[in-house]
Design a protein around this ligand. Structure first.
Ligand code: SF4
Length: 467
């Protein structure tokens, strides 16, 4: 990857340290993050896997286990290394160290196998975690700076012209182009590292499945999709037939509980009956995940009909039906074929979801693409090329050829802040990699700056950038 992404390191050097100290004041961290999101970040390895316990011992996670859907600790079947010893058991994650006692885990035999207690807040006076049998449990205090940078909570930047627009306008096009390309390479490299870490923890196939689902959730339901795929791993789902899989995904997502037969169209009722015929037999096992606060948060308000999470979940079900074919392109970089990959995705159809936007909508008059061109581009930018360029460097050139996404609010916001009315702005957004580069600069500078551009170093720093 080093040769293919030779500009990435230059951009990293260019940007490193410009906003040092910001992690101490991460937005959203002073308010406790929801327990569900913390669990999801933990299980995705976003906090890393190498820790120091509250009593100073080195703890290395060897197996993150599985997300437990029954009563008891959050994750079961885990393994961690403490010194020379491998400890096998369960992991409990609480927002506050005191939750262990508040929730009665200390007297509950279901928690007897817990080997690690994680929390993000703790009282000043040290408190210990003990099981019903008075065994002391290792504690790890999760802190915001442990989170992988891209997973940290972010502020939103205002939609307005930035201070850098003038110096950028004065910069030669070739230099701007090279800066944008460098930022795009850096972004791809970071995504690649994340995918590799996820593959290392959960296997390549699960990492791809989770990441493709995340792309289906773009923009408001990415976390919810991630949680669903973390809870219902690929390997387990593929053991079921298509209807059983669909019933599980729609059941565990909570969507089946959210509609009443009497509010739906006849075609929907038939579809719901099919799903419920399988779901009711399994529902009891997952009831814990359907209750607050364990239910994933789906954001539906303001979503375009085509982006509704129910429809996207329908798309995911169909993708799983063709999983062997889809994953065959991603099993190794040698097997990659962009045209065929896109053709498979664009041709996916579903008896119900190819004609419905939601479980409550009336049937559409025409068939609607389940996975459209923009979704495919999202997958190319966030999953495929980050996964494969690290294994086959020449794919960077192929990535550079991909056209930009038509509809990306964040890119529009970034372009306005950085370029304003510079007539060259279109030229710097024509390709997918350029959009990725703009997003990276926007995230590294605009989202870190809290001085309304005044103290942002980018306008001065960019003068250092020479092709
Ligand atoms: S925060 Fe920095 S990079 Fe963003 S618009 Fe302002 S000056 Fe430009």
């Amino acid at each position: 990857m080093a040769a293919a992404l030779s500009l990435a390191s230059r951009y990293e050097k260019f940007t490193s340290g410009v906003f040092d100290g910001v992690a101490d004041n991460l937005p959203g961290w002073s308010e406790p993050m929801s327990e569900l999101n913390l669990q999801s970040l933990w299980f995705a390895g976003e906090f890393g896997r190498d820790f120091t316990s509250t009593d100073g011992r080195r703890i290395v996670l060897r197996d993150f286990g599985i997300w437990n859907h029954a009563a008891g600790p959050d994750f079961t079947g885990c393994a961690l290394q403490c010194g020379d010893e491998i400890l096998r058991g369960d992991i409990e994650l609480d927002p506050d160290a005191r939750d262990w006692e508040r929730h009665g885990h200390g007297g509950n035999e279901n928690y007897e196998r817990v080997v690690l207690h994680l929390f993000t807040q703790a009282p000043e006076a040290r408190m210990f975690t003990r099981t019903a049998a008075h065994r002391e449990v290792i504690q790890v205090f999760l802190k915001p700076e442990m989170l992988r940078e891209a997973a940290r909570p972010r502020r939103m930047a205002e939609v307005r012209l930035g201070r850098c627009a003038t110096p950028l306008r004065e910069m030669e096009s070739a230099q701007v182009a090279s800066l944008v390309e460098a930022a795009a390479q850096f972004r791809l490299r970071r995504k690649s590292e994340k995918l590799q870490a996820l593959s290392h923890i959960h296997g390549r196939e699960q990492a791809v499945y989770q990441s493709l689902a995340n792309a289906l959730g773009y923009r408001h339901n990415q976390r919810a999709f991630t949680i669903l795929t973390q809870r219902l791993p690929l390997k387990a789902l593929l053991k079921h037939d298509a209807l059983e899989r669909e019933a599980l995904l729609f059941g565990v997502s909570g969507f089946l509980e959210s509609v009443r037969y009497e509010d739906t169209e006849p075609e929907t009722r038939t579809y719901l009956r099919e799903l419920w015929s399988r779901w009711w037999k399994q529902r009891n096992a997952y009831v814990n995940w359907l209750e607050e606060p364990n239910r994933p948060r789906w954001q539906v308000a303001g979503a375009r009909p085509g982006n509704h999470p129910q429809r996207r979940l329908g798309a995911m079900c169909v993708m799983l039906g063709s999983w062997k074919k889809i994953f065959a392109f991603l099993r190794t970089a040698k097997a990659w074929n962009r045209k065929n990959f896109s053709t498979v995705l664009l041709a996916l159809e579903h008896d119900y979801w190819s004609r419905h936007y939601t479980l409550k909508s009336e049937p559409a008059t025409q068939s609607i693409a389940l996975v459209g061109g923009t979704r495919v581009q999202e997958m190319l930018a966030n999953v495929v090329y980050p996964l494969l360029v690290s294994e086959r460097g020449e794919l960077w050139a192929e990535f550079m050829e991909q056209p930009s996404m038509l509809d990306n609010q964040k890119v529009r916001r970034a372009a306005l802040r950085l370029f304003g009315v510079d007539p060259r702005v279109r030229g710097f957004q024509k390709r997918l990699y350029q959009q990725q580069g703009l997003l990276q600069i926007y995230e590294d500078y605009c989202l870190e700056d809290d001085s309304a551009c005044e103290g942002c170093p980018f306008p001065e720093k960019m003068k250092e950038w020479r092709t």
